[in-house]
Design a protein around this ligand. Structure first.
Ligand code: SF4
Length: 113
């Protein structure tokens, strides 16, 4: 039971970041994971906002830190942190890459299923 509560907390509080608990709508109606991450899942003039948040490939993947690459992908804290997706995008052009300003080096690689 403790483990279940632990997972809920990570999914609904501590891990809030671009596209995970946050969405941004630009003045043009473009739906982005945050104001600092200029990639769009669609536009409110033509697409349903709730569907974009829940089902677009962009938002779905942003809620899967286990699919991030680099240090953030293998970091044991990525469910709580996940790094800045906007900084990752600004530095590499890839919103799923590692956060370049984080000084932490994960102690061990997470095992992928
Ligand atoms: S590597 Fe740094 S930024 Fe990335 S998830 Fe771990 S602590 Fe967060």
């Amino acid at each position: 039971m403790l483990q279940r509560r632990h997972a809920d907390a990570a999914g609904h509080g501590a891990g809030i970041r671009d596209g995970n608990g946050v969405m941004f709508i630009s003045h043009r109606g473009d739906v982005q994971p945050s104001g600092f991450l200029p990639v769009s899942a669609g536009n409110v003039r033509t697409d349903d906002v709730v569907s974009m948040y829940r089902d677009s490939p962009l938002f779905r993947r942003l809620r899967r830190p286990d699919l991030f690459t680099g240090r953030c992908g293998r970091c044991e804290f990525h469910s709580y942190c996940g790094g800045s997706r906007a900084r990752a995008y600004a530095a590499s052009g890839d919103p799923f890459a590692e956060d370049p300003l984080c000084p932490y080096e994960p102690r061990r690689g997470l095992q992928r299923a």
